[in-house]
Design a protein. Structure first.
Length: 112
C-alpha cells in the first residue's frame, strides 16, 4: 500500500522489517509509519478533513524536532523497535491540536 501523504519524503528499505514504511526527509531525519498509525490517520482524514492539513503539518514538525520517530498505533506494543527512536501515536499528534474524533464504537449487544 502506498502512503501518499508521505510521498514527499524519500522511501528507504529496512531489511529487518519490510512491513513498516520507512522514510527520510531532506535533512536526514528518519521515521517509520506503522500500519496502525496510518489507519488512525485515515480515520482523521475521513472524519476531520477540514483540519487534516494541520495534522500532516504537526507530523512534519515532529519529524524535524525529534529526528528519529516511529509513528505507531500503540507505543506499549509497537511493531518495531529501533535504538534512538521515539514513539508517537496518532493522539500524540492530534490532541495538542485539539482535534478530536468521538469513538462511538461499543461492544455487541448480542451475547453468546
Amino acid at each position: 500500500m502506498n502512503y501518499e501523504e508521505f510521498d514527499k519524503y524519500e522511501s528507504l528499505q529496512d531489511a529487518e522489517n519490510k512491513l513498516v514504511h520507512f522514510y527520510q526527509d531532506a535533512e536526514g531525519n528518519q521515521f517509520y509509519v506503522e500500519p496502525g498509525f496510518y489507519s488512525g490517520l485515515m480515520g482523521f482524514k475521513e472524519k476531520r478533513e477540514e483540519r487534516y492539513a494541520e495534522i500532516l503539518q504537526a507530523i512534519d514538525e515532529t519529524i524535524k524536532k525529534e529526528h528519529k520517530v516511529i509513528f505507531t498505533a500503540d507505543f506499549e506494543n509497537p511493531w518495531i523497535t529501533r535504538p534512538g527512536f521515539i514513539y508517537r501515536e496518532i493522539l500524540d499528534i492530534t490532541d495538542p491540536l485539539q482535534i478530536f474524533v468521538e469513538d462511538k464504537s461499543r461492544g455487541s449487544d448480542y451475547g453468546d
